[in-house]
Design a binder for this molecule. Structure first.
Ligand code: EAX
Length: 326
């Protein structure tokens, strides 16, 4: 036990740069995420941990488990429900299986750009969805960001929806995304993120889709030839917390956790912007062929049958309000 306390104490010193007070008996929280520490998730999680330590005078120390160390995103969310993992930074990919209200945001071509997505998530529409988590056995502290998703594959330089026909595309475990790829004539294969790199390497899938920050930090250029900047869907991220931990907090601590998560989310978004600014050039330098302007309008048109289904499944008024956001 003595070493454990010493260990967390050293971690707190590192996080705070030695400046802030360290509680005599800090509480260590486990935080998991799918990507490497240098990713936008890593940067966001570190900013969260630092802000939380500052706001709680070192009472809470966050121990990081990056790179799928605690499993795929679905498993980590289950861990938060059970209370075996305290905190998770995750995309919304599998979250709709737990909190169906998040699925509306997974509709393709719903958001025009980053300002639109962030504005909706940070406003009352986004807050209303965060408020749905407790009834599903989870706490959502804040929206983070993964980014606009683009298509990579090993078969063809995709410019038109027809090019996607017959491609085996790994999708997240998200039936809104799967429906979109089925509608385009692709063969969507839902798969947990930790398996994706090997599946591309071994050719069990032809391609996958993810934001530039993931394609860069996952070194996908090593195993994928073509990148098409389809921007077909915005991928939000979330700071999720185990309700069992949350319930132990005082009201002031709850506020500190939420504020720290917001600081983490802002840092995450900044890091997404950094990856967006230089990522495509890096991927080209690493040997990828980049289609900068695939025919997005035709992709959206080709998705008409999927949209008809989304409008039946989700609140059409809400979809309209999201689209109309300025
Ligand atoms: O959260 O599963 C995915 O493709 C996610 O975008 C990735 O793990 C980052």
């Amino acid at each position: 036990a003595a070493t454990a306390v010493l260990g967390t104490g050293l971690l707190a010193v590192a996080l705070l740069g030695g400046g802030a007070a360290i509680a005599a008996d800090p509480i260590t929280l486990k935080l998991g995420y799918s990507l490497p520490p240098t990713s936008h998730y890593g940067v966001g999680a570190d900013a969260f941990a630092k802000a939380l330590a500052e706001k709680t005078d070192g009472k809470y120390v966050v121990e990081m488990f990056p790179s799928n160390a605690l499993g795929g995103e679905r498993e980590m969310i289950e861990g938060a429900q059970f209370g075996t993992i305290d905190l998770v930074v995750t995309s919304t990919g599998p979250v709709g299986n737990f909190v169906p209200d998040t699925l509306t945001f997974d509709i393709p071509f719903l958001f025009r750009d980053y300002a639109h997505a962030r504005g909706v998530l940070d406003g009352e529409i986004g807050q209303a969805v965060l408020d749905k988590f407790p009834e599903r056995g989870l706490i959502a502290l804040a929206w983070g960001e993964n980014g606009f998703r683009h298509l990579t594959n090993n078969k063809v330089a995709v410019t038109e929806p027809e090019d996607v026909k017959g491609l085996k595309i790994r999708t997240m475990q998200n039936d809104v995304h799967m429906r979109a790829f089925t509608t385009l004539g692709a063969l969507p294969t839902p798969m947990a993120f930790p398996e994706v790199f090997t599946a591309m390497q071994q050719g069990t899938i032809d391609g996958q889709e993810n934001p530039i920050p993931v394609i860069v930090s996952g070194n996908f250029a090593q195993v994928q030839k073509y990148l098409s900047l389809t921007g077909h869907v915005y991928s939000p991220a979330l700071f999720i917390m185990a309700p069992s931990r949350w319930d132990e907090l005082s009201d002031a601590e709850k506020t500190a956790f939420k504020e720290a998560a917001k600081i983490g989310a802002d840092a995450m978004r900044k890091q997404v912007e950094t990856f967006e600014a230089d990522g495509i050039a890096k991927l080209e330098a690493a040997g990828m062929t980049v289609v900068e302007h695939p025919d997005s309008a035709r992709f959206a048109e080709a998705l008409a049958p999927a949209y008809a289904e989304y409008e039946k499944r989700f609140d059409p008024e809400l979809i309209k309000r999201i689209r109309a956001w300025q």
